[in-house]
Design a protein around this ligand. Structure first.
Ligand SMILES: Nc1ncnc2c1ncn2[C@@H]1O[C@H](COP(=O)(O)OP(=O)(O)OP(=O)(O)O)[C@@H](O)[C@H]1O
Ligand SMILES: [Mg+2]
Length: 438
């Protein structure tokens, strides 16, 4: 069990999860409630201690008021006479006055304790006071427990969201793998068949070389032999073979080069899900890799027009930006029912760079436009879209300090514009997977 009601002081238990300490709202609630209890009992001070780590019995002071006898952030041993498990027994005489304390219970479990002090000038606490405070302590424990449950639910939701984003990434990489297999299969097919032809050609070449070798030896002795060789040369079409061997080799080399490029592109793209680092990168390169990978998704439906401007390299998370381009390009291709055009335009001004992906697809009705970046919003049939593409893309672009703009007209098409600052933005200086989905 971890209580997210934060410490009033900077010091805090090492077991607390980082990031939630000093949450101003939680601190205010704790202090307000403690203040009420202090006032209700005419106390000169009070404090609230919580068990921040359920693996350990000791408590930590999370809020103090007036003269409480404790300091915020202080660890309280489990045998402390005021706040330890014996706290329900009281009132206590303490140096300079009297004190009262109540355990804070969540069900059967003690989650902490609250303690009040009254200076010696005032009347000491009575056992009626102790009795009267049981309800306040129960109320305080209830509030603390509900804050904890709320934060736990929030954390679980956040974990689920992260897992979903991760599985969305994995799903899109899975879909890509099928496209990539198709793309690789094609060049491999003709490389394979070319190698078959080369095998025959080389066989023919060796045959004629053998005949030449014998002929050279016999030429002088047998006058008709040279014509015979000439006839065979014509039959095997050695002149054509000479040319075609070269063409075949060039084509084979190109095919193998394409396979190598596709494998490289796939490696670049799939890096998005694994470790991705801020680095200087050329966005055109990323666009080209992404286009190569999704070629099979697009090429039967859309003509791709590139109008690239001049882009400087920028410091970014290239794998993640490729994922954004991929989402936008796949969306554009899905929006085109039969045949259309996808235009990719890029440019830069003094402060920023932009990449525009415009399609001549179905467009987005104005009433749906405000919803497209919502997680899980999709108009695609079940199994085809999770509705996470744009939400993930937007969070990646935001992490870069940029934004995505969209314009759409039903029946005419849609244009998405990714705008990124030239200089890495302050909010983009976090860890690569921060805020994701990642
Ligand atoms: N270029 C586009 N043209 C028309 N509609 C679009 C376009 N891009 C996005 N949309 C609309 O926005 C919705 C949300 O897009 P998003 O990319 O977030 O999810 P998805 O494509 O439905 O699913 P996923 O990307 O998770 O596979 C889409 O279902 C579609 O209705
Ligand atoms: Mg999508």
């Amino acid at each position: 069990m971890t209580y997210d009601l934060p410490l009033a002081a900077a010091s805090r238990s090492a077991a607390r999860p980082p990031g939630n300490a000093n949450h101003p709202q939680g601190r205010r609630v704790t202090e307000l409630m403690l203040g009420h209890i202090v006032a209700l009992f005419d106390a000169s001070g009070g404090c609230l201690a919580l068990r921040l780590d359920n693996r350990r019995p000791d408590l930590t002071i999370v809020a103090c008021q007036g003269d409480s006898g404790y300091r915020p952030g202080e660890a309280v041993a489990s045998d402390d006479p005021l706040l330890g498990p014996a706290a329900a027994v009281g009132p206590h005489d303490v140096s300079g006055g009297s004190a009262l304390s109540w355990p804070l219970l969540a069900g059967e479990q003690a989650i902490g304790a609250v303690c009040l002090r009254r200076a010696s000038a005032a009347a000491p606490f009575s056992s009626q006071d102790l009795q009267r405070g049981v309800a306040s302590a129960a109320f305080l424990a209830g509030v603390i427990e509900s804050v904890r449950l709320r934060d736990e639910a929030r954390r679980r939701l956040e974990d689920t969201r992260r897992q979903l984003l991760q599985s969305e990434k994995m799903a899109s990489i899975g879909q890509l793998a099928a496209g990539v297999a198709h793309e690789i299969n094609n060049p491999i097919g003709y490389v394979h068949s070319n190698l078959g032809s080369l095998d025959n050609y080389v066989g023919d070449l060796f045959r004629i070389l053998d005949v030449y070798a014998v002929a050279v030896r016999q030429a002088a002795a047998t006058p008709g032999r040279l014509e015979e060789i000439e006839a065979l040369r014509r039959q095997l079409d050695i002149d054509f073979l000479r040319e075609d061997v070269r063409a075949l080799l060039a084509e084979t080399r190109e095919g193998i080069g394409r396979v190598r490029q596709i494998v490289q592109d796939l490696k670049d793209i799939s890096r998005a899900g694994a470790k991705d680092e801020w680095q200087q990168a050329d966005l055109h390169k990323g666009l080209e890799s992404t286009l190569n990978i999704i070629a099979s998704e697009i090429k039967y439906k859309a003509q791709v027009i590139k109008e690239y401007g001049c882009l400087p390299e920028i410091e970014c998370l290239p794998g993640q930006l490729n994922q954004v381009f991929m989402n936008l390009l796949v969306n554009a291709s899905h929006a085109i029912r039969e045949q259309g055009v996808i235009a990719i335009r890029t440019g830069a001004d003094a402060a920023s760079l932009w990449v525009e992906i415009a399609d001549t697809g179905c467009g987005i009705p104005p009433e749906l436009l405000p919803r497209i970046f919502e997680p899980f919003f999709t108009t695609k049939p079940a199994g085809q879209g999770t509705g996470l593409g744009l939400s993930l893309s937007e969070s990646i672009v935001r992490k870069h300090g940029g934004r995505i703009e969209v314009e759409s007209e039903v029946g005419r098409g849609t244009t998405f514009r990714v705008i990124l600052p030239r200089q890495r933005a302050a909010q983009g200086t976090g860890r690569p997977n921060e805020g994701e989905s990642e």
